[in-house]
Design a protein around this ligand. Structure first.
Ligand SMILES: NC(=O)c1ccc[n+]([C@@H]2O[C@H](COP(=O)([O-])OP(=O)(O)OC[C@H]3O[C@@H](n4cnc5c(N)ncnc54)[C@H](O)[C@@H]3O)[C@@H](O)[C@H]2O)c1
Ligand SMILES: [Fe+2]
Length: 386
């Protein structure tokens, strides 16, 4: 079986590269763009600058910002209406993973009518939609370089994972200066999401020759820069390192896969209203402790690139050192414990585990894990992360 590698056609990186947005969108054929902008940025100097860059390139735009973090199908529907009314020929996302995923699904929905549940899972979008350019403002989901969108179906109570190469953005514009405004908790949550992408891409049963070095590079950067960016939001070198790590994490996992942490994180995030990065972070150490025996050499590789073990140390020792480091990183970044995110009532929490475990398994992600769990084991993992 062959391995396939998808990426945006163009990736710009570097301080100030956002100023090239207009000419890049024009080169993609854009004349009328729906600008899906995160509410945090919907007014202010960056928006003014972006509007100017589009106008200079002869591109008319309309702003759509009425979506929530961890967005819903309703958010996408409203965006599609705006897109049609404006007769947009292209989409530009300017925001974190939420805005980017809304933009991707608005672009796809214009050419593919019907409820988004039609597209849930793998390779189920029939027609190519509008071209999408992406400017991420968190570091981050890596969604600027993935063929994935995560949208909540509130009726069924499920965070749908939609994966299709037609969702890969045409252009990614990764300008770390846009991330300088992230407060420390957001930096921590989205940064541990990045680390989870790198680790899961590397340990996945779908890991391959092209994704391995990119995943390890991402992990290495997180180890060096996340703590610094959390301590000092203005540390430009650390912000740049994390923006690159997020991009690499996205490229790695979208061409390999995510695994059990993400499989368990989506139901948990939906059930308790946790942002995506936080719901990963509270699970990552516990799930790693459970998983490493199914692929000790891979987890040891992660530990070694993080400088936690030497080549002479055995794989089991290195894997345990990784689990310790993940626990320590959460503590250092002041990530709350799961019990503090879920109302503190353990009995009530336990009554939700069966549905969460079933939803986790249904997403398919646990099947990529080095150790593949049964539903009861997933319930135990949620319980021991408490
Ligand atoms: N498509 C993918 O490949 C992929 C991968 C991982 C996660 N996701 C999805 O991405 C979403 C989460 O995205 P996220 O973690 O980037 O957060 P987000 O986009 O939900 O943003 C979180 C909060 O941060 C604010 N914000 C964004 N940028 C900021 C900045 N520079 N300064 C200050 N505040 C800022 C937003 O306004 C929002 O309130 C979830 O829905 C998750 O499921 C998608
Ligand atoms: Fe993620």
């Amino acid at each position: 079986m062959s391995d396939r590698f998808d990426s945006p056609s163009v990736i710009l990186t570097g301080a100030g590269c956002r100023r090239e947005t207009g000419s890049l969108m024009a080169a993609l054929g854009a004349r009328r763009t729906l600008l899906v902008a995160d509410p945090f940025f919907a007014s202010g100097p960056f928006m003014t600058e972006l509007a100017g860059s589009l106008a200079d390139a002869g591109i008319a735009h309309e702003v759509y910002s009425a979506f929530q973090p961890d967005p819903t199908e309703e958010n996408v529907r409203a965006g599609v209406e705006r897109c049609r009314a404006f007769e947009a020929d292209s989409i530009l996302a300017f925001g974190g993973g939420s805005g980017i995923d809304v933009a991707k699904m608005v672009g796809a929905s214009v050419a593919n009518p019907g409820p988004l549940s039609r597209f849930e899972g793998y390779h189920r979008i029939p027609n190519r939609g509008l071209s999408v350019g992406v400017i991420p403002t968190t570091a981050g989901t890596g969604s600027e370089a993935t063929k994935v969108a995560v949208i909540t179906d509130t009726d069924r109570g499920v965070k749908m994972m939609i994966l299709d190469p037609k969702l890969m953005p045409a252009a990614a514009i990764v300008d770390y200066e846009l991330t300088l405004s992230m407060p420390p908790p957001l930096t921590a949550h989205v940064g541990v999401d990045t680390l989870t992408h790198g680790i899961e891409a590397f340990v996945s049963r779908k890991a391959n020759a092209l994704t391995d070095p990119i995943a390890l590079r991402s992990i290495d950067r997180v180890q060096r820069y996340l703590g610094r960016a959390w301590k000092d939001p203005e540390d430009r070198e650390a912000r740049e390192g994390m923006a690159l790590a997020a991009l690499e994490g996205g490229l790695a996992f979208t061409n390999s896969s995510v695994c059990l942490v993400h499989g368990m994180s989506r139901p948990l995030g939906f059930a308790y209203g946790l942002p995506h990065g936080l719901s990963n972070a509270v699970l990552l150490p516990t799930v790693t402790r459970f998983s490493w025996r199914g692929g000790a050499d891979r987890y040891a590789g992660v530990a070694r690139v993080m400088g936690l073990a030497s080549p002479r140390d055995g794989d089991a020792y290195a894997s345990e050192a990784l689990v310790d480091r993940l626990d320590g990183l959460n503590a250092e970044l002041e990530v709350p414990r799961l019990r503090d995110c879920c109302g503190g009532d353990r009995g009530a929490f336990r009554s939700t585990l069966e549905k969460m475990a079933a939803d986790a398994l249904n997403s398919g992600s646990p099947g990529n894990n080095p150790t593949i769990p049964a539903a009861e084991e997933i319930m135990e993992l949620y319980d021991s992360a408490w």
